[in-house]
Ligand binder design. Structure first.
Ligand SMILES: *Cc1c(COP(=O)(O)O)cnc(C)c1O
Length: 401
């Protein structure tokens, strides 16, 4: 195997993320393939008993078993680490296994977590229902209120965890401020950056210790595979890998190849998603049936200044509210012919969700109100169709409101 991205020949630090996204991490076998190979193998052969022993002990670098490492998975990890500016990346089978592995690798019974109240549903389930059984408690606070975060920190707090922008209200958390608070408390800050991707937001540069991804979303960007990733410094990631090599949340080599190629178009896709979303958000703001629009790229967003400081663009996610509650919101959903009715996001195709009766349907009306989910609220994940066609599809239901 020859390394086609020789760090001695070209210093990655001198290259822009767009260049790293198509070049970094790439290896070439003796076949001299230009596009990267897929290594569909569970195990590896050793030349001798001594080599097997050296590989297993770690005295000699090399792969021993694909639960622990795989050449194709390593290409994806190295490329994403280069784009993110991280010392190290570990790929996982899904976004949830990335979050679980980071927590299981670093925390113990008795440790405490402070997390934003507006989290991905399964993350909320993990923190509020599953981890307490293992002695890890979480206090949930407002995504935007720094005083609430500060008041929740205890001596045993080891981790602050946030998603920004949040789902479905599209609230922003000040990552630099939270990292200062975490470090003051002797805790780590972990950011779920799935909505922005490294193309739009770089939490490690803003002071976070760990970044996690559902690679299922924009890193793939085309709705094909599940995957996840954890990024950060060597020391923390080594501890997390110790958990992973025994626990087994490894990314499939085939999915790693899909994600490796997905990264090559990430920057272009995120720019197009953002431009489309801004156009749709502006159009929605002018519709009489729409009472409010939340999009970080609009000056009307309450945290527009923070968005300008910490994100490159507004991203793909929009929340808006229609006059007439659930009935009017469902009319908009049911009148669509182009937009997909699904709770998923991070696809080339625009999706629409009514959070109050789907993703947030099983919690109490009081909890829904606390999460800011109203009956008239709709969430859009804007895809790569033309904004004119997306707006025309929304207009079908909005005129009926
Ligand atoms: C989808 C998602 C997850 C979970 O990722 P999976 O790949 O589905 O396991 C976690 N966080 C956010 C913000 C997500 O959107």
């Amino acid at each position: 195997m020859s390394d086609t991205f020789d760090p001695d020949a070209l210093d990655p630090k001198t290259l822009d993320p767009q260049t790293l996204a198509v070049r970094a991490g790439s290896w070439r076998s003796e076949m001299a393939e230009h596009s990267e190979a897929i290594f569909l193998t569970s195990s590896y052969v050793f030349a001798s008993a001594a080599e097997a022993a050296a590989r297993f002990s770690g005295a000699e670098p090399g792969h021993v078993y694909s639960r622990v490492s795989n050449p194709g998975v390593a290409m994806f990890e190295n490329r994403l680490a280069a784009i993110e500016g991280a010392q190290r990346c570990l790929a996982t089978s899904s976004g949830m296994s990335a979050i679980l592995s980071a927590i299981m690798g670093l925390l113990s019974a008795g440790d405490h977590v402070v997390a934003s109240r507006s989290l991905f549903g399964s993350t909320m389930q993990l923190l509020s229902q599953i981890l307490p059984r293992f002695g890890i408690q979480t206090t949930f606070v407002s995504a935007t209120d720094a005083a609430e975060w500060q008041a929740a920190v205890r001596p045993e707090t080891r981790l602050l965890f946030v998603e920004s922008p949040s789902n479905p209200q599209i609230e922003l958390s000040d990552i630099a401020a939270l990292s200062g608070m975490a470090h003051q408390a002797g805790a780590w800050l972990m950011v779920d950056n799935s909505f922005c991707s490294p193309a739009l937001q770089r939490p490690l540069v803003l002071g976070a210790d760990l970044v996690v991804y559902s690679a299922t979303k924009y890193l793939d960007g085309q709705g094909r595979v599940l995957g996840g990733a954890i990024l950060g410094g060597d020391e923390l990631l080594t501890r997390i890998h110790t958990f992973m090599r025994s626990a087994g949340p490894a990314l499939s080599p085939f999915n790693a190849w899909i994600l490796l190629k997905g990264l090559e178009t990430l920057d272009l896709r995120m720019q197009a998603h953002s431009a489309n979303a801004l156009a749709v958000a502006e159009w929605l703001s002018a519709q009489p049936a729409v009472t409010s629009v939340r999009y970080p790229g609009l000056a009307s967003h309450p945290q527009h200044e923070l968005a300008l400081r910490q994100q490159r663009t507004g991203g793909a996610m929009i929340a808006f509210e229609v006059r007439g509650g659930r009935e009017a919101a469902w009319k908009v959903v049911d009148a669509t012919r182009l937009i997909s009715i699904t709770a998923n996001l991070g696809d080339t195709r625009t999706t629409i969700t009514h959070p109050a009766t789907t993703t947030h349907g099983r919690i109490t009306p009081e909890q829904r109100a606390a999460a800011g989910v109203t009956d008239g609220m709709l969430r859009l994940a804007i895809g790569l169709e033309s904004p004119r066609d997306i707006c025309a599809d929304l207009a079908r239901g909005l005129v009926a409101c």
